[in-house]
Design a protein around this ligand. Structure first.
Ligand code: TRP
Length: 328
């Protein structure tokens, strides 16, 4: 039974880490059983900020595809494709750009933010300004009702809704307004306690080897007040404990917390236990990845088949939009 259509995407910036997994992917894997799901590797969006050096783009696309499939996105249940393979999205983007006021794009908080954050990088481009309009095309082309994303994407989704509304107002009811599907994401800090992010160099990747995982966990920040293992610790401010909460079974979790507060377990031992649980959690994902890496042609086939399926749907919407605008 399908509850409707969802669409979501990720920019191909390289291998995915645990933050990406719990922020989005885990959700998508669950949702593919209930919704008609479209998932795009949005390479055009990646170009909006990284157009100067595109040498790693193809590798990055492949890494994302491998991570998605390893983590359980199933091409028999959902449609997985590379955005730029579905050229209809570019046509819809162009047509939607006609009804999108520049002021809406300029006042988008993510736009202003990024301009500030990526200072030094020249992103004062038309393509980057149009980022949310392109995202609207991604979503509206499948008439998706829901978009499973994190809170950071709310402004983009609001713009997608406004663009759809304006189109419908001008040319008649055509494009349903999509809604964000926010699900509570588990919060995992990075190794240094800040938000897990590739650019902070504090991430654990889905594809890390067992030894990499162990070594990274051993560097994690714990309660800084704790000098010796008999000092009582505070799990609430410990990154390792935040991980325990996700990867350790409830009974062991209680014991871990009490041992820490009581100064009965040292951070080294506590990290080791957690690392083994994390290794175990990621094991099936790693195994699947190794399998897929040996058959990259199969992965390419999955993406090609996905693009074909997506285009069939996309063509219908674009034709409808063209006709509404009195194009042939
Ligand atoms: N802007 C999204 C991000 O940075 C990526 C994205 C592009 C997207 N197109 C989309 C997300 C369509 C959901 C739906 O994460």
């Amino acid at each position: 039974m399908s509850k409707g259509t969802i669409m979501s995407g990720m920019r191909p910036t390289g291998k995915l880490h645990l933050g990406n997994y719990f922020g989005a992917l885990e959700n998508w894997v669950r949702l593919q059983n209930e919704y008609r799901s479209y998932h795009a590797i949005v390479d055009w969006h990646a170009l909006t900020t990284a157009y100067e050096d595109t040498s790693e783009l193809q590798d990055n696309i492949m890494e994302v595809a491998l991570d998605w499939l390893s983590a359980g996105l199933d091409p028999n249940k959902c449609t997985i494709y590379i955005q730029s393979d579905v050229k209809e999205i570019a046509e819809l983007f162009l047509l939607l750009s006609m009804v999108t006021p520049v002021s809406w794009l300029e006042r988008c908080p993510t736009y202003k933010d990024q301009l500030k954050q990526l200072e030094g990088k020249n992103i004062a481009n038309f393509g980057f300004l149009g980022y949310p309009c392109l995202q609207a095309a991604d979503i509206l082309i499948f008439k998706a009702q829901y978009v499973p994303v994190g809170e950071d994407q709310i402004p983009h989704l609001e713009l997608s809704r406004e663009i759809a509304r304006r189109f419908n107002y001008l040319y008649g009811e055509t494009l349903p307004e999509p809604e964000a599907l926010l699900t509570e994401a588990k919060v995992l800090p990075g190794l240094d306690g800040r938000k897990m992010s590739k650019s902070y160099n504090n991430a654990i990747y889905l594809s890390d080897s067992e030894d990499e995982i162990r070594s990274k966990v051993s560097q994690m920040i714990t309660d800084p007040q704790r000098i010796t293992k008999t000092d009582p610790g505070n799990p609430d401010i410990c990154s390792v404990y935040a991980f325990h909460k996700v990867f350790t079974e409830l009974a062991d979790l209680k014991e871990t917390e009490e041992a820490c507060r009581g100064g009965k377990v040292g951070c080294v031992a506590c990290k080791k236990r957690m690392a083994e649980n994390l290794v175990k959690f990621l094991e099936p994902i790693r195994t699947k990845r190794t399998e897929l890496e040996a058959n990259l042609d199969d992965v390419r086939d999955i993406l090609d088949t996905g693009a074909k399926k997506a285009r069939e749907e996309a063509k219908i919407t674009v034709q409808e939009v063209r006709e509404k605008m009195n194009l042939k």
